[in-house]
Design a protein. Structure first.
Length: 163
């Protein structure tokens, strides 16, 4: 009976620890989301397949504007909320911004308002390395906890055999 209780407590502790580790393994993202670029409109800065880390929970007032220097933003296309686009904020227009793809000659025909804005791009392409490193740390923690649990159980088993 004593072995079963110790084993059960060890397993529950391991599950709680692993659950906490899994739950916190992506906290570094915070108020950010990952998107994949799928169009050519932002070449050469972004190409299809590039991953971007997007700072969310921003307003238009948080966006810097300028041709070639403004923030790259992610937004739902005005008039087509299912379409998510990436473009540079180039001009202010009332309460919104006018956008343009770096690879496009003309500015976009819409104005992006707060209701369309998802966020601004803060990182490009470094995400796979960050995700890999984060997962590697997670695997090391899990392996360490597993080995420690096995050692504890082996020690308890050896003590029971001596008695």
């Amino acid at each position: 009976m004593g072995k079963r209780v110790v084993l059960l407590v060890s397993l529950i502790s391991l599950i709680i620890i692993l659950g906490g580790t899994i739950g916190t393994s992506y906290l570094y993202i915070g108020e950010q989301k990952i998107y994949m670029c799928t169009s050519l409109r932002m070449q050469p800065i972004l190409i299809p397949g590039d991953l971007v880390l997007v700072q969310i929970d921003l307003t238009i007032d948080d966006i810097d504007i300028g041709y070639g220097t403004g923030d790259i933003i992610v937004f739902c296309q005005p008039g087509d909320p299912e379409s998510v686009l990436v473009a540079r904020a180039v001009e202010k227009s009332g309460d919104g911004v006018i956008t343009k793809g770096d690879n496009n000659i003309l500015i976009d025909k819409w104005i992006v308002y707060d209701r369309h804005l998802i966020g601004k791009v803060v990182e490009v392409n470094s995400l796979p390395a960050i995700i890999f490193a984060n997962q590697l740390i997670f695997i090391i923690i899990v392996a360490g906890l597993t080995i420690a649990s096995i050692l504890v159980l082996m020690t308890l088993n050896l003590k029971d055999k001596k008695e």
